[in-house]
Design a protein around this ligand. Structure first.
Ligand code: GLN
Length: 193
């Protein structure tokens, strides 16, 4: 059975584990190297990217995760998870680290205070049927993409909120909080296989 890890230091780990069981794979909370090495793919949850990066360092997983992603581990990041996958971030804190792998520039907290959280229906390349209900919670935006990164979803104003590149899928929003399992399904089907 396919095992998908959820990096479990901070953030909406439980929601991802629940969505994984909906799509019929085994979700594994990952906090140790042995757990990381036991999974076929990895989810970086929403939460606080600075905290997740720091705790990954403290618990000795930062470099192993970075190396595993670079070596091709299928990896899916939502919101803070997208920030952690970006090669370059804007409005990070001083010295904020990312695992990288996505050739994109991501701006943290891109929607400011007025509209910190909202839901909107989106079309998503590769997902058939009704539009996705996407929840944006202090969400980042993908400001620019390199040639090898492909945009999968945009807001009505054209800003990019989902991207894929090689073994990596990154999205600004949280399908795991709106009962939307089709992005997880796509990750399992197309990235893990
Ligand atoms: N603003 C958060 C950060 O910078 C991300 C918010 C989220 O994951 N919902 O990490």
């Amino acid at each position: 059975m396919t095992r998908v890890g959820v990096l479990a230091f901070q953030g909406d780990v439980r929601e991802h584990l629940a969505t994984l069981s909906e799509v019929g794979v085994t979700g594994v909370p990952v906090k140790t190297l042995a757990e990381l090495q036991s999974v076929d793919g990895l989810i970086l949850p929403g939460g606080e990217s600075t905290t997740i990066a720091k705790l990954s360092r403290i618990f000795g997983l930062f470099d192993p995760i970075k190396d595993a992603i670079a070596a091709g581990l299928p990896t899916f990041g939502t919101c803070a998870g997208l920030i952690l996958l970006a090669d370059k971030i804007l409005d990070g804190i001083e010295g904020q680290e990312t695992f990288g792998g996505l050739d994109v520039v991501v701006r943290r907290n891109a929607f400011g205070h007025q509209t910190e959280s909202f839901e909107i229906d989106l079309e998503f390349r590769g997902i058939e049927g009704a539009p996705l209900t996407a929840a944006f919670i202090r969400a980042p935006i993908i400001e620019s993409l390199g040639d090898s990164a492909e945009a999968l979803a945009t807001l009505p104003d054209g800003r990019v909120v989902a991207v894929r590149q090689r073994n990596i899928l990154g999205i600004s929003f949280h399908p795991e909080v709106t009962d939307e399992s089709r992005v997880h399904e796509l990750f399992v089907r197309e990235f893990i296989g």
